[in-house]
Every structure is written in structure tokens, then in C-alpha cells.
Ligand binder design. Structure first.
Ligand code: WTA
Length: 649
């Protein structure tokens, strides 16, 4: 949690020219303030095409499970593809795909529609029916978006699993959602070489499984083993009868499940539905990113494996008929100017990325972006973690020529779409703060008792009223949904973040107040990593904390106690160092490389209270190189001294 530096630069009001052309005007706030439900009804009707209009805006009678746009019917894929062709924009590029090796595709809305129809046909041929679940485990290639829309077209529920997750993580997610089909690829390109995916799928669907068919996109051309269930994507599409008809689904028809880390070891299947989700994704993409579909080139650097990719690559921009860039690889392959080269080449005008990426580019040096023509940029966006004012200023000065507005967008997998953000044509920007809820949303900062805190004070971030793109639950576990989000404060959604309201009323998100870490904008659960560590033969107990890290926001630090019988084997430094590396790899295999601890410290004891709870706060002090704080409530107050002495050895 960073303190606000003093004096904070800004505020930076929008230029008159920007305001004059902005999609989001001050009148939005007035409309939403006058009648919130009527405001959302208007957004839903104006931004989406419904095959049947809705009769009621919100039904909250089964709270905290909301029904939005009750009685309405629509097809989400039609809204993201076909209707733009019908409106005469079939030749507009939907996706400029740039592969890491340099291959490119310009996919128009007409192409996209055709490919989605064929893919939907291939899913039907594989036995997928409305309501069935399909797991998608793909690199950042157009087929990822096409598969999601193909599911939506026939009412199937997709569950995208980030390609960087391990076979184990994939297996758990497939099992929890009982997926019938998996869509994957032989591999993708990562850091200059092919990185295989198919072997992980083979492992994840081996033995007892709900999966009946695996569709495999050929991307790298590397050898893969094709078993009984496997079928090449291209062949499946070719053989399929395209689904040209547009079936209507209820506004509350399930659209997708996306797993995210919670405070317990088991990932939560966050579950979203159709009409409300698409309304808020499209609305926020239009008014926050200021998308003008006929002139802008938009680029969101997220992976579709995360919610940002769902809402701001697949659903929001495509519902709006925007043109976007999709890039497969890493920002430094083959050189550290790759992103800026793509921006210059494709004339990207709206660029949405994460603070950790901005800080990494800062480290590489501003000479790198300065080599490229970035004059097309007119809006910048940030998401995933708090952006420190230094990174904010760098982003605006170096990438935005000192004038592009930056929208710092706060939201979550659970909220489905942006909840807090400045509006670039309205708000005077305060670097480092997400500032205020977007029109239509009622966010607040409250104290322990749920009372709004006055300006200048900190508390917990909550949402007071239901919103269209809110999660409808945790897949298969209503109780966990109520307990996690609705039990901390009566009648308020508890986001799990701490926040501060400054003297001017701007909201600053400070970071998680629970056992969830945020590493490079990725959510990781301390207990999930602890479970992975204790599943190793040598480990008796583990405690994991997120320690502040200059580049990644937080870094995973693990403290482990070895089993009695292992202690002797690892008494020597060299053996211990080898074990530490082995444990890091083990976590990478169990969860995925992003979860690998930066540090693993082997200790003899862990600091516990008399009731046996590990005091992570003290371990965090150690991990961040501070003297440990108050340890008087520990069962054995000398433990911290022992740990610190042990580490100095
Ligand atoms: C954090 C990502 C500060 C926050 C869209 C939240 C942020 C978690 C911001 C959700 C921001 C996201 N400023 N913190 N602009 N955006 N966060 O589910 O802790 O991957 O609870 O969704 O990221 O992460 P998730």
C-alpha cells in the first residue's frame, strides 16, 4: 500500500477539444443521478440489439442474486459480430492480429461473423448444447475470441483458463464446471519460441473426466499426440454446418464462468450472465475508453484468460463495433520496443494496460518508446492494481505526449466491468486515484460498522446497489457467494479492497485487505500457494505473504518448515538452496509459473497466535526487510527473533 506522495501532481482537467468530442459527457452523471434504473435501461436499449425487449429493469427479490433486464432476450454473439455487418460495417477490421513471430491477420467483422458461425457449428457437431460448459485453453490468438463468441452464439457457457496455468489447475477448473469440450492449441509463441499447450490438456483430461472432445488449433505446427477425443480445429470447422441462425436467449442466460483466487485454497468459479454483463461492458468501454468505432484503433494488452480480456477485448469493444489490436506475445520479444512499434504501425489511439507493465517499461528507459511515432495515442488506461503517481506521470508524459488523459479503472472479475474510473472528457484527473464510481454505480468507503467515512479517512470499499454486470454467484455454491461478498456488511457488496477518500472526495484504492495477493495485476491466493507447498514431500507447514515489490506491486514470499525427517538432508546451504529452487518449480507446476514464489525461506518455526493462526503481518515485515512489529500476542514471542536470526546466518 503506497502512501500518497506530497504534493501530488495535478489535477489535470480535460482539454476543451477532448471534451467536445468525448463519448461520455457530464450529462451521464445527471441522468444516472436522476433515475438509476431508467439510466441503465437506456444504456441496454441503446447499446445492444434485443430480439425481445425487457419488461423490468431489475428484480432484486432473490438478493443477493440479481436479475437484470427481466424478460429480455438477445444473442450476445450476434451483438458482437453479425449486427455490425448488417449495419454496413462488414469490411471494418474487428481484429488486427499480430503474432509474436510477426505474422499478421486483419479480421473484418464479416470474417469474424463467418468464423464464429462455423466454430459454433463445430461445437454443435461435438455435442454441445445450450447451457453446456466449454473450457477454452488457448494462447492469445484470434481463435480465443472466436471460440468465446461461438459458445455465446449457441448458448454454451465458456470457461476460459489462462494458458499460463498448469495441467493441474486446468483439470480442477474443467472438473468444477464439468466441461464437455476443451478448445486448445498445439501451442503458442512465447519469448521467441513455441510453447506447448496440448500436453497439459492431455494430462488434464486423462483418467476420469467430463470431457468428450478436444478441439486443437494448429498454431505452432509442433508435434502433438492426437488421441481418440482430439480433433483439429480447422477440420472440425470445415466439416461443420455453420450456425447462421441467431437464437435468442434470456437476458439471464449464463454466459461464462471465470475462476479467480479467493481467500481459501479452492479457486472460485465467478459466474456471469448475458444482458446485464454485455450492457455494462459495452457502456464502460464506450464512455471510459472513449471509443469512436469508426475512427479509433483500440488496444488492450490483457490476456483473454483474465476478466480484462473478456470484457475489454472480446465483449465490450466488439459489441461496440470497434477496431482493435490483439497481440500474442510479450512486450520484449524480439526487442523492448515491440509494443511501441505495434502502436506506431497500427496507429493505436486508445491503449489500455497494467501498472506493472508501465513500471517495467520505465525501467527499460524512455529512450525506447521515444524511437517510435506514438502521436496516434489519445487515451491511456490502467487496470489491475493501484498505479503509483510516478508511473502515472511517466505514462502520460512519455507515451501520451504529456496530454493524453489516463483512465485508472478499478473493477474485479466479480464486478464484470469497470466500476470506478474518471471519465476522460469530464473529470479533472488525479494521478494514482480511480477517483469516483462511473455514472450508474454507487461505490462507497465505509468503516468497520458500514458507515461512510468522511473525506480524509480510510476504510473498506463497498458497492451499495446492484449493477448490471455483477456476478450472479459462484458456480455451484450460493452459500459461498453470500458469505464471501455479502456477509461482512449488511446489504452491501464487500469488494475485499481497502480504500481512502481524500480531502476532495476522490477514492484511492489501497489494495486487498484479505489473504489475496496482487502480483503484476494477477490475483493469487496465499492459501492456494501454501497448499501447493505442503503437497511437497519435504514440507510440513507453509505460510505465504505478498511483499511489496517495486515492479510487480507485490511478490510472493514463502516461509516453510520442513518435515522432521527432511531436516537433516537439507542442513547444508547448498542442499537447502537446491530444495528452495525445487519448491519454486513445484509451485509453478501445481498452479502455474505466475505463482512461483520470488523467495522461499526455510525456517524452524512460524509465528502463531495462541489460537494457532499464523500472523502473516509479522512475516510481511520480515519479507519487506523491516524489523518485525508487535509480537506480543504470539504463543511464543521469541519466534520472530529466531526467524530473523536464522535468516541472517
Ligand atoms: C485490484 C482485474 C487499484 C483490486 C480487473 C481488485 C485495482 C483486484 C485496480 C481485482 C485499480 C484492479 N486500482 N486496484 N485501478 N484494478 N485492482 O479480479 O485489488 O483480476 O480487488 O480484476 O485487482 O482483480 P481481478
Amino acid at each position: 500500500m503506497s502512501e500518497t506522495p506530497d504534493p501530488t501532481p495535478g489535477p489535470f482537467p480535460p482539454s476543451e477539444a477532448f471534451t467536445a468530442q468525448a463519448v461520455g459527457q457530464a450529462s451521464l452523471c445527471e441522468d444516472a443521478g436522476a433515475d438509476r434504473l431508467a439510466f441503465w435501461a437506456k444504456q441496454a436499449r441503446e447499446r445492444l440489439t434485443w430480439s425481445k425487449d425487457f419488461d423490468e429493469v431489475l428484480d432484486w427479490s432473490d438478493a443477493p442474486v440479481a436479475k437484470w433486464f427481466v424478460g429480455g432476450e438477445l444473442n450476445v454473439a450476434y451483438n458482437c459480430a453479425d449486427r455490425h455487418v448488417e449495419a454496413g460495417n462488414g469490411e471494418r477490421v474487428a481484429i488486427h492480429f499480430v503474432g509474436e513471430p510477426g505474422d499478421e491477420q486483419a479480421i473484418t467483422y464479416a470474417d469474424l461473423t463467418e468464423r464464429v458461425q462455423r466454430a459454433a457449428g463445430a461445437l454443435r457437431a461435438a455435442g454441445v448444447e445450450a447451457g453446456d460448459r466449454v473450457a477454452i485453453y488457448l494462447p492469445m490468438i484470434p481463435e480465443a475470441v472466436i471460440s468465446m463468441l461461438a459458445c455465446a452464439r449457441i448458448g454454451a457457457v465458456h470457461s476460459v483458463v489462462f494458458g499460463g496455468f498448469s495441467a493441474d489447475a486446468l483439470r480442477t477448473r474443467i472438473a468444477d464446471g464439468e466441461a464437455k469440450v476443451v478448445i486448445t492449441a498445439d501451442g503458442g509463441y512465447r519469448r521467441g519460441k513455441p510453447s506447448a499447450l496440448k500436453p497439459d490438456v492431455d494430462e488434464a483430461v486423462s483418467g476420469e473426466t467430463s470431457v468428450q472432445r478436444v478441439l486443437v488449433v494448429k498454431r505452432t505446427g509442433e508435434d502433438v499426440t492426437m488421441g481418440d477425443k482430439d480433433m483439429w480445429w480447422d477440420e472440425a470447422l470445415e466439416a461443420a454446418e455453420p450456425v447462421v441462425e441467431v437464437e435468442s436467449f434470456d437476458a439471464e442466460h449464463p454466459l461464462f464462468i471465470l475462476y479467480t483466487s479467493g481467500t481459501t485454497g479452492k479457486p472460485k468459479g465467478i459466474f456471469h450472465t448475458s444482458g446485464g454483463y454485455l450492457t455494462q461492458a459495452a457502456y464502460t468501454n464506450a464512455v471510459v475508453h472513449d471509443v469512436h468505432p469508426d475512427t479509433d484503433v483500440y488496444w488492450c494488452t490483457a490476456d483473454v484468460g483474465w476478466i480484462t480480456g473478456h470484457s475489454y477485448i472480446t465483449y465490450g469493444p466488439l459489441a461496440n463495433g470497434a477496431t482493435q489490436v490483439m497481440y500474442e506475445g510479450t512486450p520484449d520479444t524480439p526487442h523492448q520496443g515491440r509494443w511501441w512499434e505495434i502502436i506506431a504501425d497500427k496507429k493505436v489511439s486508445i491503449f489500455y494496460t497494467a501498472p506493472t507493465a508501465i513500471r517495467t517499461c520505465m525501467k527499460w528507459g524512455e529512450e525506447i518508446p521515444q524511437e517510435y511515432d506514438l502521436s496516434s495515442i489519445r487515451v491511456l488506461g490502467s487496470v489491475g492494481e493501484p498505479i503509483n503517481p510516478e508511473a502515472w506521470m511517466w505514462f502520460r508524459d512519455v507515451i501520451g505526449a504529456g496530454e493524453a488523459p489516463i483512465v485508472d479503472t478499478w473493477w474485479q472479475t466479480e464486478t464484470g466491468a469497470i466500476m470506478m474510473s474518471p471519465l476522460p472528457g469530464v473529470t479533472a484527473l488525479v494521478p494514482g486515484s480511480a477517483q469516483a464510481p462511473v455514472p450508474g454505480i454507487t461505490a462507497d468507503v465505509v468503516d468497520e460498522e458500514g458507515r461512510s467515512v468522511p473525506n480524509g479517512e480510510s476504510g473498506y470499499l463497498v458497492i451499495r446497489d446492484p449493477w448490471p454486470s455483477m456476478l450472479r454467484g459462484i458456480w455451484g455454491d450460493r452459500q459461498r457467494y453470500e458469505d464471501t461478498y455479502w456477509s461482512r456488511f449488511p446489504d452491501m457488496y464487500f469488494a475485499g479492497d481497502g480504500a481512502k477518500r481524500d480531502e476532495d472526495g476522490n477514492i484511492w484504492v489501497l489494495g486487498r485487505v484479505d489473504d489475496v495477493m496482487n502480483v503484476s495485476g494477477h490475483r493469487l491466493s496465499t492459501s492456494e500457494i501454501e497448499s501447493a507447498l505442503v503437497s511437497h514431500d519435504t514440507v510440513a507447514e507453509a505460510a505465504v505473504v505478498g511483499a511489496a515489490d517495486e515492479t510487480t506491486g507485490q511478490a510472493v514470499c514463502a516461509f516453510v518448515i520442513l518435515r522432521e525427517e527432511s531436516r537433516e538432508n537439507y542442513a547444508e546451504d547448498a542442499a537447502r538452496e537446491e530444495l528452495v529452487q525445487e519448491l519454486r518449480t513445484h509451485v509453478g507446476r501445481q498452479i502455474g509459473p505466475i505463482a512461483k514464489p520470488r523467495q522461499v525461506l526455510v525456517v524452524d518455526e512460524l509465528p502463531k497466535t495462541r489460537s494457532g493462526k499464523i500472523m502473516r503481518r509479522l512475516l510481511k515485515d520480515v519479507a519487506e526487510g523491516r524489523e518485525a512489529g508487535d509480537a506480543t500476542t504470539l504463543a511464543d514471542p521469541s519466534v520472530m527473533a529466531q526467524i530473523q536470526a536464522g535468516l541472517k546466518k
